[in-house]
Design a protein around this ligand. Structure first.
Ligand code: NAD
Length: 325
């Protein structure tokens, strides 16, 4: 990775689930300094426990909505990973906060980065920009069929980057993730993934609940693969491009639950309930462009990846509550 050698790298949202794995992978690179900016609304210091043992890692508690803080932190940075965002469900329940963080905050990052002479930004977008699949395979050319506030904020972020590239030649790459899973995924907050909900039920000896007929299909990709895609995108020469980041494998909720029951050795049978509000029911991305241009291909098969989640969750639950914060 010659281009990030000796660089000062800023990871915004770096105490979160994905961000902390990017920080871990950066510590394996010959960078000079790794600065994490996070306001800890969702991220934790525990996620960075391993990384902060590296003297090149520094953690700043601050928000992208605070321009003075952002200017101070971004100054001198060569490269910026921007992951800070509020999530799908937060966007539903607190749309104005989502606007302030995901839209205005992202604009702050882009404007400040340009002013500070940052060489490159890797932006965490989402496959949410596509909404439900209209065409398959779902390539990066797929229309913005999004119908959620979350997707709207991600589209806005993508467009700011494109506009700044056009106006100022600030190089960037946007990554549109499919469903990321892996160690450090949130399992205690209000907004937890289906994987954690199923594991919660299994732990309680209750049948996992499947809403609808379980045929909804998604593309689950392991967080370590996604972190690697970020590092590859930062080290590449390509700019002004968006890439799907997924396995390219379609997994139904029925298959996912079956795998989790198998891994945990549970004899339980799933319980079917009428479908509640569903945002997206079918989304599997084409991985061709990321492989061809970035040389990225996800490597961790779903069963192996889910085993890593189950093992990490058991280990994490053994820690006292204060240690988990
Ligand atoms: N996890 C997925 O499946 C998935 C899928 C598609 C896209 N994404 C996107 O990838 C990125 C990372 O996702 P994640 O799963 O690691 O989420 P996460 O919530 O764990 O990480 C986001 C981090 O940003 C921080 N943050 C939030 N608001 C902030 C602010 N105002 N200032 C500074 N920091 C702030 C949070 O504390 C958190 O540590 C996000 O942009 C998310 O929208 C994630």
């Amino acid at each position: 990775m010659p281009s990030i050698e000796g660089a000062r790298v800023l990871v915004i949202g770096g105490a979160g689930f994905l961000g902390s794995h990017i920080v871990d992978q950066l510590t394996l690179e010959p960078v000079r300094e790794i600065v994490v900016l996070d306001n800890f609304v969702r991220g934790t210091r525990t996620n960075l426990r391993q990384a902060v043992r590296d003297p090149r890692v520094r953690v700043v508690d601050g928000s992208i909505t605070d321009l003075d803080c952002l200017r101070e932190v971004i100054r001198g940075s060569d490269y910026v990973f921007h992951l800070a965002a509020l999530w799908l469900y937060e966007c539903v329940h607190q749309p104005r906060s989502a606007l302030e963080v995901n839209v205005v905050g992202t604009y702050n990052v882009v404007e400040t980065a340009q002013a500070a002479g940052v060489k490159r930004i890797v932006y965490s977008s989402s496959a949410s920009v596509y909404g439900d699949a209209l065409l398959t395979p779902m390539t990066e050319e797929h229309p913005f069929n999004n119908r959620t506030m979350y997707g709207a904020t991600k589209i806005a972020g993508e467009q700011f980057l494109r506009a700044f590239y056009e106006g100022h030649r600030l190089p960037y790459v946007g990554l549109r993730y499919m469903n990321i899973y892996g160690p450090r995924m949130d399992y205690q907050g209000t907004y937890v993934s289906v994987i954690m909900k199923v594991l919660d039920r299994i732990d309680q000896g209750l049948p996992p609940v499947i809403f609808g007929d379980g045929s909804q299909a998604y593309d689950f990709v392991h967080v370590e693969d996604v972190a690697r895609a970020n590092v590859l995108a930062m080290g590449s020469d390509v700019a002004d491009e968006f890439f799907n980041v997924g396995m390219g494998v379609k997994t139904t909720i029925n298959e996912l639950v079956e795998l989790l029951l198998k891994i945990t050795g549970s004899p339980l049978e799933p319980e079917y309930r009428p479908q509640e509000q569903m945002f997206v029911t079918h989304r599997v991305g084409s991985t061709e462009k990321a492989e061809r241009v970035l040389g990225f291909r996800a490597r961790i098969p779903l069963e192996e990846g889910l085993r890593s989640v189950v093992a990490w969750r058991r280990e994490d639950q053994r820690q006292p509550i204060v240690e988990r914060a």
